[in-house]
Design a protein around this ligand. Structure first.
Ligand code: SAH
Length: 392
């Protein structure tokens, strides 16, 4: 089975970008089954890559390999082994038992995300290609990790673009649905049945540690706190007080439990279930102030189409946060929107400070942790951007 590209449309593949959009295709030979493996050929018949076929998606093919080699069980075993080895070399695994084991395109397996939470793997299949090989992936993952349990969380919206239904539940073994992970001496309850993404924001691990280091003696406001990743670290770091705000009552409940689980001073912690946009306005009207404000909102702009609206939302919360910061206070602000790049994010934050009437400086740039690598030929994998700003 093969896909023949239009003249000149092989360029991105020659730069090793792994996607082929429908508009680049001249002809599809026969009709390959959804998710099956096809050869990508240039207009003059030259072999370019071997890829998975996605008949319903604008991204019609995703490359497994640029070499003329079989794509089979052993091929994927090598990819999984390589991904495991990278984590072993980059993370100190005695300090954390929760990390992203496989990060899709970045690990040469488009569509597949696998996160490890203690003895449980949580698998997310996002494309027809990863769906086609899902059972093989599950078997290989157990063989290569010696673990027994896999829970599936293939319920991300992007599956719709591939024509795939939402699927969740046990894939292998008999995993419990909630357990406590260990991260740098702290425990966090993770529920991978009902939690966001696969259960926890693993990408923020290194940034949680920064907050741990920076929070001493501070009054901290943790906005979009989820289950308290930053809040718990701030308390452990010696914060004077921590207020966690999130719209999800379930997340707030787990956040409280996480404070107790780590024997942290409960009396220094408070929670607020509500809309952060309103909470910040209310605090401004009440002239409340903080030494450290963390803003880690959900994706406002998943793609570039929503950038303008997202930019306004980022500016809004950051402007309000700057107003609530005491002099020398610290804003730790993030964007996980793929559609907003680092330069634009910095510009939005600069605009927010200006309109808030405060002077601030960037003292640190933050990003996703090392278990979320970014292949140089696939820059789309970089989505998390953070700035630590000091109000002067
Ligand atoms: N900081 C967290 C992750 C935050 S994810 C961590 O490190 O673990 C984003 C969170 O924002 C989610 O918990 C979601 O419930 C919450 N959320 C989304 N929209 C919100 C809003 N308008 N107001 C308050 N919380 C919101």
């Amino acid at each position: 089975m093969s896909i023949i590209l239009k003249p000149g449309r092989e360029k991105s593949l020659l730069r090793r970008h792994p996607w082929v959009f429908s508009g680049a295709i001249h002809r599809v030979d026969q009709e390959p089954a959804s998710g099956s493996t096809v050869d990508l050929l240039s207009s003059n018949g030259q072999f370019l890559a071997r890829a998975s076929y996605s008949p319903h998606s604008q991204i019609r093919a995703r490359v497994w390999t640029f070499n003329d080699e079989p794509v089979d069980r052993e091929f994927f075993r090598k990819r999984i082994r390589a991904a495991l080895a990278t984590r072993q070399s980059l993370l100190s695994l005695q300090d954390t038992d929760a990390y992203r084991l496989i990060y899709a395109e970045s690990d040469g397996i488009p569509g597949l995300i696998v996160d490890r939470y203690g003895g449980v793997l949580v698998l997310q299949s996002l494309t027809t290609g990863s769906e086609y090989w899902k059972e093989t992936f599950a078997d290989l993952l157990l063989e290569e990790t010696s673990l027994k349990n896999i829970y599936e969380r293939s319920d991300a919206d992007v599956r719709e673009l591939e024509g795939l239904p939402s699927v969740t539940g046990i894939l292998r073994g008999s995993p419990v649905t909630q357990l406590a992970i260990n991260e740098h001496g702290l425990k966090f309850l993770v529920n991978f049945e009902s939690g966001h993404k696969t259960g926890f924001y693993l990408d923020q691990r290194a940034n949680r540690q920064r907050v741990h280091e920076l929070a001493k003696d501070k009054d901290v406001l943790d906005c979009f706190s989820y289950t308290g990743g930053f809040s718990v670290n701030a308390l452990r770091g010696g914060a004077k007080s921590v207020l966690s705000a999130d719209s999800s009552a379930d997340a707030i409940e787990l956040c409280k439990q996480n404070v107790v689980l780590n024997h942290l001073p409960k009396e220094r912690h408070s929670t607020l279930a509500g809309d952060v946009f309103q909470v910040l306005r209310k605090f401004r009207d009440e002239a409340r102030s903080f030494d450290m404000i963390i803003l880690d909102p959900p994706k406002f702009a998943p793609t570039s189409a929503q950038v303008d609206r997202a930019a306004r939302a980022y500016k809004d919360i950051n402007l309000l946060a700057f107003k609530l910061l005491r002099p020398s206070g610290m804003l730790v602000t993030f964007s996980c929107s793929g559609g907003v790049d680092a330069a634009l994010f910095q510009k939005i934050i600069a605009g927010a400070a200006l309109d808030a009437g405060v002077e601030a400086q960037i003292v640190e740039h933050l990003s996703q942790d090392v278990d979320h690598p970014v292949s140089l030929s696939f820059p789309e994998a970089l989505y998390l951007k953070g700035l630590v700003c000091l109000r002067r």
